[in-house]
Design a protein around this ligand. Structure first.
Ligand SMILES: [Zn+2]
Length: 274
């Protein structure tokens, strides 16, 4: 458990995703939920579950929302979380088995039976909570996923950013939108932020937003040029060279990730030319 400020805490050692919580005069606000039974039990030892005022989801991916079944008395989320939870209510075992087969094998009974909770409070663009002296702002940013939001505590200058900003290489998924992602990274660079709690990995600063934007923009510029020259998707993936834009030192092990990002970027840039 990491104490971020007097009232903000985070847990970055759970298997599913990072968890945050804020102590307010009107109870605890939990930000994202642990996905596995052992981590759920661990969190219950650290916070008084009956004192949770609200649980906020940063986005719809199952590694962030699963614990809503345990911690979800009053869940707040972007409206686009609802269709994904509807889908996950039947597709969860299959999804976990595809992306994390070993985890599924170990916890099959749990994943087959867990009942996901829908958010009770949803919003489209922004939502503000004022709980005693604590202000919590939520705003929709998209990028990594359609329901991705930022959870910002302006008095503390702390940002919970879901999977949009993290140390190291970014985590695009097939539904990520790079234009939106670049816009939200630029916005983050202008925000008053001391620390960012990412959806996964170590706590970081807003320089990570800058580093990810440099990578996405460098990749986008090269892919755009290659499309103008008439290169095919496979040719673009084969010839792109983004070593100097990467947020981490170039390494051969990164090639599959770069190829995946390049393929997605090709489809989004090419899609705009049609
Ligand atoms: Zn995610």
């Amino acid at each position: 458990m990491i104490k971020i400020t007097d009232r903000i805490f985070a847990e970055t050692n759970y298997t599913g995703c990072n968890i945050g919580w804020v102590l307010t005069d009107e109870g605890i606000v939990l930000i994202d939920t642990p996905a596995l039974p052992a981590d759920i039990a661990d969190l219950k030892k650290k916070i008084n579950i009956s004192n949770i005022a609200y649980t906020i989801f940063t986005h719809e991916h199952f590694d962030h929302v699963l614990g809503g079944a345990e911690f979800g008395k009053r869940i707040i989320a972007h409206i686009n979380v609802i269709p994904e939870i509807e889908r996950l209510r039947t597709a969860l075992p299959q999804d976990v088995n595809i992306f994390f087969p070993e985890l599924y094998r170990q916890h099959k009974n749990y994943f087959d039976n867990v009942k996901l909770n829908f958010p009770q409070i949803t919003y489209n663009d922004t939502l503000n909570l004022k709980l005693g002296s604590t202000e919590i702002q939520m705003f929709h940013v998209g990028g990594h996923s359609s329901a991705s939001v930022f959870v910002y505590l302006p008095q503390d200058k702390i940002l919970f950013c879901g999977d949009n900003i993290n140390f190291g290489m970014p985590y695009p998924t097939p539904i990520s939108q790079f234009d939106e992602w670049n816009r939200l990274l630029k916005k983050t660079e202008r925000m008053d932020i001391d620390k960012i709690i990412p959806g996964h990995g170590e706590i970081c600063g807003k320089n990570q937003a800058h580093d990810l934007r440099v990578y996405f923009e460098g990749l986008q510029a090269q892919v755009t040029d290659m499309i103008k020259q008439g290169q095919t998707r496979d040719e673009v993936i084969g010839s792109v060279d983004v070593a100097k834009y990467l947020p981490v030192p170039m390494d051969d092990s990164l090639k599959p990730q770069i190829a995946y990002h390049t393929g997605m970027m090709y489809e989004q840039v090419y899609g705009k030319t049609k």
